[in-house]
Design a binder for this molecule. Structure first.
Ligand SMILES: C[S@@+](CC[C@H](N)C(=O)[O-])C[C@H]1O[C@@H](n2cnc3c(N)ncnc32)[C@H](O)[C@@H]1O
Length: 299
């Protein structure tokens, strides 16, 4: 594995238990990242299993390629966002698969590399794109949005009630030419909120909101969910791990309401105490799974 890519997969055993991969099956990892879940899947499934590994981040794919090299041509790597799962698979002659897994959000290396601009823990340019080869950066998004629109983004995607004040100080900083780095964004949020008092940095919600907006994360998730009934073979399973309620809610409702799917998890599966102590990132993880109902043959 690429030395710089350290990401600890969350809920690995729970995910494999839900997915129950079988020898000779065809699977999709929609968010391969460092490849941890994919390795587990291929090892558990055994001989003849094929995997289509997606990521919109080329550096994640490069790390996954290295880590999964032992599985040879059983793995196909695809640089694409997961809203295009079905068309990318169809282009490779694959219509249905036995399982789909998605481990949403960003990886530790994305957060930890200052140049990616995701984190205020490391000062970097205000970028936040999971795929730096395309789309608008966080700074460009801020520049494009009216103050009210920016406040709406921060309110809806960050669930931040001080969104109006924060949008104002962000725009003031931008107009003064003092908003090109994550540290400057954090400082602007602190000016609106009175700075850090408790354990949680007041900029956390604003960073989350901008990251989700830059990467269209909820739209991506909706597209992934909508594709599942068509993509899953009869009795195929989808497993989704999410990290906050804005992601978990649509997964929960889609699995409940989609007539072609049967939820396999009444309540979300969460990390054990041991995993939570061992890997703090797992504390907010929620896993849900659903199975494709058999298709009814036309008479
Ligand atoms: C939490 S990490 C996955 C870690 C991986 N499961 C492992 O065990 O190493 C999430 C990965 O999903 C990718 N990603 C997030 N949203 C995506 C999307 N809409 N389409 C494709 N990849 C996405 C990110 O670039 C990141 O590499």
């Amino acid at each position: 594995m690429t030395a710089a890519f350290h990401h600890r997969s969350v809920l690995l055993d729970e995910l494999l238990d839900a997915l129950a991969p079988k020898p000779g099956g065809v699977y999709v990892d929609a968010t391969v990242g460092g490849g941890g879940h994919s390795v587990g899947l291929l090892e558990r499934a055994g001989e003849g299993t094929r995997l289509f590994a997606f990521d919109r981040d080329q550096s994640a794919l490069a790390a996954a390629r290295e880590r999964l090299a032992v599985f040879g041509d059983r793995v196909t790597f695809i640089h694409s966002s997961f809203d295009k799962l079905a068309e990318e698979l169809a282009a490779r002659g694959v219509e249905t698969v036995d399982g789909v897994l998605a481990d949403l959000g960003v990886s530790s290396p994305q957060l930890d590399r200052p140049e990616r601009g995701f984190s205020f823990g490391h000062d970097g340019p205000l970028d936040m794109r999971m795929d730096p080869s395309q789309g608008e950066t966080a700074l460009e998004l801020i520049a494009r949005l009216e103050q009210d629109e920016l406040a709406d983004v921060i309110f809806e995607l960050g669930e931040e009630r001080r969104s109006r004040r924060i949008a104002r100080t962000i725009h003031e900083a931008y107009d003064a030419g003092e908003l090109s780095t994550t540290a400057e964004l954090r400082a602007a949020v602190h000016r609106a909120t009175g700075g850090k008092r408790g354990r949680r940095d007041p900029a956390t919600r604003t960073f989350q909101a901008l990251r989700m907006a830059v990467n269209g994360e909820l739209t991506q998730l909706d597209a992934l969910l909508e594709a599942l009934p068509g993509l899953l073979a009869d009795a195929g399973v989808a497993v989704i791990i999410s990290f906050h309620s804005l992601e978990d809610r649509p997964v929960k409702w889609f699995f409940r309401r989609c007539p072609e799917l049967t939820p396999l998890t009444k309540r979300p599966v969460v990390a054990s105490r041991e995993e939570q102590v061992d890997n703090p990132r797992s504390r907010s993880a929620k896993l849900r799974a659903a199975r494709r109902e058999p298709r009814v043959e036309a008479a």
